[in-house]
Design a protein around this ligand. Structure first.
Ligand code: NAD
Ligand code: TYD
Length: 372
């Protein structure tokens, strides 16, 4: 079968990547979607069971930092576009092991850029019709101040905990090894645009939540702990603020930016949905207790204040007006609705959680694809 367009999606077995792969495979049957993933602890092909037999879907196990493999993939699959989601993504892990983050997030992205450049430059049409789209985070902008600890009403965001928002022109000021590695990769992507004329795009998104998120991040970790009556470790005083977006809304934004974004541009993606951690934790408890038939407030006693994360950014809040005004995107789900959907998914998919926390699935993939 001849495909109109061949898109390499990296990190497609992970949390956000699996939603992007599913959206593209089902929405664009005339495009071939190649999912390249190293299958680290965070990658799980069970996330893609429903699309794995689609004729326009291919999975390749591999590392984005492997230049030989990347060159071969670009040639074998005639890659026209890249959406780079492969990354090490957890701040706490980056504090313990920064090298792995530099290797995948920085060197891996640079390797992909170089493979794309070399391949596309050799083709008669050059960069025409090509796209290299890099997915990044709002954490590259650093931290906003918490000037309204109790929250104030805001026309734009509902409740705001500070006076400012991250925009596309906010200066980069990363603090954690994770955000430093993502900032570096974003700079490399823009450097390939400015230096070689590569048709690149970057988007910086706020915290995502939803099905398939590895239970090390706040929302799935706490849902799982509540189910097992385990403590809920709230860092510091629980005053830090994050801006939460349902993962399928992020996937829709990625689709729009990939197809209609202005080459060379950056787009901020966020839910205009700020939550103080402790309020969010109480809301998760309320939702899980209700859906599991426990007395209201039953699990509040699980909240345990623990030593703060080193360098813990106080507040993230994204201004996604550019994406709304230029491309017409906005979040489709209210937070309460999205959180309830998410809690229901984790309650209905306890096997998935058991598998990813027991390491069984890693052994299974080692047998299928060889040792990593
Ligand atoms: P994730 O950790 O759930 O998934 C990452 C995927 O990348 C996994 O499938 C993993 O196996 C794969 N991977 C890791 N190293 C690789 C390598 N060297 N080569 C090939 N594959 C590799 O991450 P996520 O939360 O889905 O995040 C995806 C992207 O979105 C990341 O770039 C992240 O920085 C960005 N992002 C995440 C959020 C969020 O809230 N999760 C918010 C904004 C941006
Ligand atoms: P996380 O989901 O790790 O995302 P990020 O650090 O990328 O924002 O954490 C979200 C917020 O929750 C962050 O302020 C740290 C806090 N947090 C806790 O208080 N306890 C936890 O166990 C975790 C994982 C996070």
């Amino acid at each position: 079968m001849n495909f109109k367009h061949n898109i390499l999606i990296t990190g497609g077995a992970g949390f956000i990547g699996s939603h992007v792969v599913r959206l593209f495979v089902t929405k664009y049957p005339d495009c071939r979607i190649i999912n390249l993933d190293k299958l680290t602890y965070a990658g799980n092909l069970a996330n893609l069971k429903d699309v794995e037999n689609c004729p326009n879907y291919r999975f390749v196990k591999g590392d984005i930092a492997d230049l030989g493999l990347m060159r071969q993939l670009f040639a074998d699959f005639c890659i026209d576009g890249v959406i780079n989601l492969a990354a090490e993504s957890h701040v706490d892990r980056s504090i313990k092991d920064p090298f792995t983050f530099a290797r995948t997030n920085v060197m891996g992205t640079l390797t992909l850029l170089q493979a794309a450049k070399e391949t596309w430059e050799k083709r008669a049409e050059g960069f025409a019709g090509k796209r290299f789209y890099h997915i990044s985070t709002d954490e590259v902008y650093g931290a906003l101040r918490l000037t309204h600890p109790e929250g104030i009403r805001s026309e734009l965001t509902g409740t705001a905990y500070g006076d400012d928002l991250f925009t596309e022109t906010t200066a980069y000021s990363p603090h954690s090894p994770y955000s430093a590695s993502k900032a570096s990769s974003d700079h490399f992507v823009r450097a390939y645009h400015d230096t070689y004329g590569m048709p690149t795009l970057v988007s910086n998104c706020s915290n995502n939540y939803g099905p398939n998120q590895f239970p090390e991040k706040l929302i799935p970790l706490f849902i799982n702990n509540i189910c097992h009556d385990k403590p809920l470790p709230v860092y510091g005083r629980g005053e830090n603020v994050r801006d939460w977006l349902y993962v399928e809304d992020h996937a829709r934004a990625i689709d729009l930016i990939y197809h209609e974004g202005n080459v060379g541009d950056t787009y901020n993606i966020g839910g205009f949905n700020e939550w103080k951690n402790i309020d969010l934790v109480k809301m998760i408890i309320k939702t899980v207790d209700r859906l599991t038939g426990k007395e209201p407030g039953h699990s509040l006693g699980l909240i345990t204040y623990v030593t703060d994360r080193p360098g813990h950014d106080m507040r993230y809040a994204i201004d996604s007006s550019k994406l709304k005004n230029e491309l017409g995107w906005q979040p489709s789900l209210q937070f309460e609705e999205g959180l309830e959907k998410t809690v229901r998914w984790y309650l209905d998919n306890r096997d998935w959680v058991e598998n990813v926390t027991s390491g069984d699935y890693l052994r299974y993939y080692d047998e299928m694809y060889g040792n990593r």
